[in-house]
Design a protein around this ligand. Structure first.
Ligand SMILES: [Zn+2]
Length: 85
């Protein structure tokens, strides 16, 4: 499994995400989930699919053990907002 090396791992706004307490997304990069959600939102995708298995793992930074589901939803919302901006 690939491990995320992106600088978004240390983005301070991810510290507010809820922790994923042992769920399936616990080791996935919430930063990558956010960006995937953002792109889907920007395209106003109607059929959305988080697809956790395609996300890289994360071992460090502010995204560690954060909920990728929550991050994806935040990203989607921001993407839609930017579409209409
Ligand atoms: Zn990442």
């Amino acid at each position: 499994m690939t491990t995320c090396k992106d600088p978004h791992r240390h983005a301070p706004h991810f510290t507010n995400l809820p922790d994923d307490q042992g769920g399936k997304g616990r080791h996935k990069c919430a930063g990558c989930a956010y960006e995937k959600g953002y792109q889907d939102g920007l395209q106003l995708k109607e059929s959305i699919n988080l697809d956790l298995d395609t996300l890289p793992d994360s071992q460090a930074g502010t995204v560690r053990h954060k909920s990728p589901h929550y991050a994806y939803a935040l990203g989607y919302q921001q993407g839609v907002a930017d579409y209409y901006a």
